[in-house]
Design a protein around this ligand. Structure first.
Ligand SMILES: *Cc1c(COP(=O)(O)O)cnc(C)c1O
Length: 415
């Protein structure tokens, strides 16, 4: 069959068996256990699943396999151009499974800051026995060791929206598999596997679900890695609930429309914020200077739906903006139909050491906005009103004169 368009795959993938079942919406299978018809062959069925292999005929137990979740996995794999996908109860459960599965290749991981605060913490804390070397994306090859099992990058990065050239990182990594956290881009805007990455991870809690009401994580990859990940998932239990699987699958159908429309709003807001007197700096890959390596058009199909900006007056002023907005919701998370604003230094990246935070460009006055589907004009009116309060506060001594002291988009990395 000829390859279907992205939007068509978003609507129809993972639904291939529905007509045969005589239903239009995917059934939600809530069984935790499945009656064993005959004992003949059930052992082999169990072993195949436990080794991360495919379903023979009986799912046996819900930690081993769930048909509703499998439909979501198939659909996501189709959108990423992956052989398979494996879903988990959250993005962090998905990352944990990748790190545990990678341990076969060694305990060393190379990673590039900034990444999501939880990812930073999981890698840096050594909780899973992982040893991490943080490096600049251009210096990945120098950081490799004989026991390096994985390279971890996030692009666009949370919360600075810095872009990393995935193909370049893959070339530097050589034989070492590269994991790309593509949560901010979604499969609508980039497909890291096509650039040579081995694994692409999404916090499905964000855009894939898209309505702020379901938590999940998913990894799209090849069949070998997928089997390893299922093995880990069965052993450690980080499964996605079937109702969540249903909701995430449903979310995929509108994903392209939601992302493109939110992106339109993000572009509108980024341009206005960039010229607002109370804003020192705006980070958005669609602004001039924010994509120094020219990755939009080459790696990404658009600049996305998130932006960050630095307000005059540091953390205090940022807190005031969060308290003054009425339409935007002051809350962590992202990728919902409604717009959210949050303060990375004290919330999502609180767990990251202050010196690492500052060095990777996460300053005290930074606010991150996830743009939803509201009228961009209404969002701008809300932000403008909130920023007026900041101007009343006035800049901190010496800060006002430094407006635009850094060209927007000069990615600051931990070397
Ligand atoms: C939220 C997020 C995660 C973690 O996902 P959860 O579903 O919250 O566990 C990982 N990476 C990025 C980029 C995120 O934004």
């Amino acid at each position: 069959m000829k390859k279907l368009g992205f939007e068509t795959r978003a609507v129809h993938s993972g639904r291939e068996d529905l007509a045969g079942l005589g239903v239009h919406a995917p059934p939600i299978d809530l069984s935790t256990t499945y009656p064993v018809g005959s004992m003949g062959g059930i052992g082999e069925c169990f072993d195949a699943l436990a080794q991360g292999g495919p379903l023979r005929d009986n799912p046996i137990y819900a930690r081993l396999h769930n048909p509703t979740v499998v439909r979501f996995e198939k659909a996501l794999a189709a959108l990423e151009g992956a052989e398979e996908a494996v879903a988990f109860g959250s993005g962090m459960a998905a990352l944990t499974a990748v790190l545990l599965a990678a341990r076969q290749g060694g305990k060393h991981v190379v990673a590039c800051r900034p990444v999501y605060g939880g990812t930073d913490h999981l890698l840096d804390s050594g909780l899973l026995g992982v040893e991490v070397t943080w490096t600049h994306p251009h210096h990945v090859s120098k950081a490799l060791r004989p026991d390096t099992a994985l390279v971890v990058v996030e692009t666009p990065a949370n919360p600075t929206l810095a872009l990393i050239d995935v193909a370049r990182v893959v070339a530097q990594a050589g034989e070492v598999p590269v994991l790309v956290d593509s949560t901010f881009a979604t499969p609508v805007l980039q497909n890291p596997l096509a650039l040579g990455a081995s694994l692409v991870l999404h916090s499905a809690t964000k855009f894939l679900g898209g309505h702020g009401d379901v938590m999940g994580g998913v990894v799209a990859t090849n069949a070998v890695w997928a089997a390893r990940l299922r093995q880990v998932r069965i052993a450690t239990g980080g499964v996605l609930h079937p109702e969540a699987g249903y909701m995430l699958h449903r979310g995929l159908a509108t994903l392209p429309v939601r992302v493109r429309e939110s992106q339109r709003g993000a572009m509108f807001l980024a341009q206005r914020l960039a010229s607002h007197p109370a804003v020192l700096r705006t980070w958005y890959p669609g602004l001039a200077g924010c994509d120094p390596e020219g990755l939009i058009g080459r790696q990404m199909r658009g600049p996305g739906c998130l932006l960050s900006f630095e307000v005059v007056g540091g953390a205090k002023a940022a807190a005031q903006v969060m308290e003054r907005v009425e339409l935007l919701t002051p809350a962590v998370s992202l990728g919902s139909v409604d717009s959210l604003i949050q303060h990375p230094a004290s919330l999502t990246h609180r767990v990251v050491d202050e010196k690492h935070r500052e060095a990777s460009g996460i300053c005290a006055g930074m606010l991150r906005v996830s743009v939803g589907l509201e009228s961009p004009e209404d969002l701008w009116a809300d932000l403008q009103r909130a920023l007026e309060g900041v101007q009343v506060l006035g800049p901190e001594v010496g800060e006002g004169s430094e407006k635009n002291r850094r060209p927007s988009g000069d990615a600051v990395w931990v070397g």
